[in-house]
Design a protein around this ligand. Structure first.
Ligand SMILES: Nc1nc2c(ncn2[C@@H]2O[C@H](COP(=O)(O)OP(=O)(O)OP(=O)(O)O)[C@@H](O)[C@H]2O)c(=O)[nH]1
Ligand SMILES: [Mg+2]
Ligand SMILES: [Zn+2]
Length: 233
């Protein structure tokens, strides 16, 4: 007679399946509203909020931009983006969770009037690892790297660079001070994700921001709807 056998429940897999279902619902809602949504992912301090602030300034007269801020605690980033001209912003405090999940975004979306937005920027919790696994319902995944973090990030965190739809290299004003090998960085990115657009910017000086903002606006226009091509009141 054989005894009981080992039973294994794969919690992570079932959590991710539920997350994907919620992300699908978010995506349908955002698509119906015509709100192009970007999941902004990067390590802590790479410049996610700074890029959002620069984007808000660059698109001030061209698109209505909302922001959802994900942080373990606090609301300083939401205060920054509201001061920079976000049409609306919601702070999610994850209470210790190291990434945003689709049900958190679902909850935050109920606080926004999507009919008043053209673009929605989601600032994920600072982390180059697990945000890759947790879909939020975004149209595009953005991976941002600050030059001061080192040129080896694609080699060390390959999944983040492989799944991203666009890469932003920030803090290029520091590039000569921190031994950042630009060619090595770009080659490493291309090896993981050939053809992915890479924007080189400085949120400090504003270099490269106009090109980045124009690309974002073109993505919004490709989604359809008139708002992105008309002047915003
Ligand atoms: N020199 C330089 N500093 C920058 C640049 N972009 C951002 N910083 C600085 O980097 C620090 C972190 O910027 P944030 O935009 O708050 O970074 P973050 O990724 O939102 O950080 P968390 O939300 O804490 O994960 C701030 O002191 C910024 O002023 C840049 O292009 N050049
Ligand atoms: Mg931030
Ligand atoms: Zn996490």
């Amino acid at each position: 007679m054989s005894g009981p056998t080992v039973k294994i429940v794969n919690i992570v897999e079932s959590l991710l399946i539920n997350n994907d279902l919620a992300a699908g619902r978010n995506q349908r809602r955002l698509a119906e509203a015509g709100v192009l949504t970007i999941n902004v992912m990067a390590a802590p301090g790479a410049g996610k909020t700074s890029l959002i602030v620069r984007t808000l300034e660059a698109l001030r007269d061209q698109a209505r931009v909302g922001v959802i801020e994900g942080d373990i605690a606090g609301s300083v980033d939401t205060e920054r983006v509201l001061a920079a001209g976000a049409r609306d912003a919601v702070q999610i405090n994850t209470g210790g969770n190291c990434h945003l999940e689709a049900n958190m975004v679902d909850r935050a979306l109920t606080e926004l009037d999507l009919s008043q937005l053209d673009l929605l920027l989601l600032e994920n919790v600072g982390n180059l690892v697990c945000p890759t696994h947790w879909a939020l319902g975004e149209h595009l995944k953005l991976c941002l790297v600050g030059a001061a973090e080192g040129d080896d990030k694609p080699v060390k965190y390959p999944e983040m660079f492989a799944v991203s739809d666009v890469i932003v290299l920030n803090k290029i004003d520091l590039i000569d001070h921190v031994d950042f090998n630009r060619e090595f960085f770009l080659e490493s990115v291309r090896a993981l994700n050939p053809g992915v657009p890479v924007f080189e910017v400085s949120c400090r000086t504003g270099a490269g921001i106009a090109e980045w903002a124009a690309w974002l606006l073109a993505q919004r226009a490709a989604l359809g709807g008139a708002a992105a091509t008309t002047e915003v009141a």
